[in-house]
Write a protein that binds this ligand. Structure first.
Ligand code: ASP
Length: 319
């Protein structure tokens, strides 16, 4: 039997101690803990890695603190547009969705796409209908409205700028966290199976029609038994160009690199392509990797006793 393992992220960006209020910090840590506890419960009962990552991401999609599902940011047209992807390390089955507007939980819909066995990647209203026909809940656009996101968007719209959800203009309290984060999870279950999932509302004020890395297996999400499970967050364009999640897997599998060196090399490529962000990964042996080249990344992981540890700032240890 394998010892289960789990890591969650809630997005990366310009998250600094001086631009996040204590109140928001507490809120983010407890939202991370709740999502991790729910998923960990599945794993300790012998449940599947795939169910655990879906459950963690689903919980974060339902929490308004994160830029996914309920708390999604607005694009330049003032719409909430979401992307998500999931991958099963057992067999390389994958499901992904781009540009959906009405799915309450895009990650459940990505799983429905995967389990249909017909297609891997769908987008827009047809994807919504396809998922709804398989039991996924549709909601009205107003479900995604939160005052915080609206205010962030108004500021960026005025500035004609596009930002990572955690990198907002100004450095006032919570400026680095107004957007909160894209979410992701990686898990290893007691049977030794790996899975990864990622879900996002994209980047604040991004171009209508733009699709980020979170919708793309290979760029934002990857899992293969015997190698690793990966979920990325950050400037989607750079993660796509780096094919970041799969590059990490390739470095481990073919390059035989150490996880930390491989992860740093991936983020160097992302930086070379002008991006910032982070990644979480678990190797087949359950070794955790949590790295970012931005000022912070919301992250959580259960320790050996099942206590959920969290960290936010890049220089912070999990505790
Ligand atoms: N990677 C996401 C995107 O580009 C954004 C993020 O991770 O915050 O859509």
């Amino acid at each position: 039997m394998t010892r289960p393992a789990l890591i969650l992220h809630g997005g990366a960006g310009d998250i600094r101690r001086e631009n996040i209020s204590l109140e928001l910090e507490v809120e983010m840590r407890s939202a991370l803990r709740r999502a991790a506890a729910q998923a960990w419960n599945i794993l300790v009962k012998g449940g599947a890695a795939l169910d655990a990552v879906e459950s963690a991401v689903c919980a974060m999609e339902d929490a308004p603190q994160f830029n996914a599902g309920r708390g999604s940011v607005l694009n330049a047209a003032g719409q909430f547009v979401m992307d998500a992807s999931i991958m099963d390390g057992r067999n390389g089955a994958a499901g992904a969705l781009a540009s959906v507007l009405r799915l309450k939980n895009p990650i459940c819909a990505a799983r429905a796409v995967m389990e249909s066995g017909k297609v891997v990647f769908m987008q827009g209203p047809s994807a919504e209908q396809f998922a709804a026909a398989r039991g996924c809940e549709l909601v009205d656009g107003s479900y995604f409205y939160t005052e915080r996101r609206w205010n962030s968007w108004l500021k960026l719209r005025g500035a004609g700028d596009v930002r990572l959800d955690h990198s907002s203009p100004g450095q006032t309290a919570d400026a680095g966290a107004e957007g909160h984060g894209t979410v992701g999870a990686v898990a290893l279950d007691a049977s030794g199976n790996l899975a990864a999932a990622t879900s996002t509302g994209g980047m604040t004020n991004n171009l209508p029609g733009r699709i980020g890395d979170s919708a793309q297996n290979g760029a934002g999400t990857w899992a293969r038994n015997g190698v690793c499970a990966v979920s990325c967050t950050g400037t989607g364009e750079s993660f796509i160009r780096a094919n970041a999640a799969h590059d990490l897997a390739a470095r481990l599998e073919y390059g035989r690199q150490e996880p930390e060196a491989a992860g740093r090399a991936v983020l160097e490529t992302v930086a070379r392509y002008g991006g910032e962000g982070g990644l979480i990964a678990l190797t087949a042996a359950g070794a955790p990797l949590l790295l970012c080249n931005s000022a912070g990344m919301y992250r959580a992981m259960p320790d050996a006793d099942g206590r959920i540890l969290t960290a936010i700032f890049a220089d912070e240890q999990l505790s």
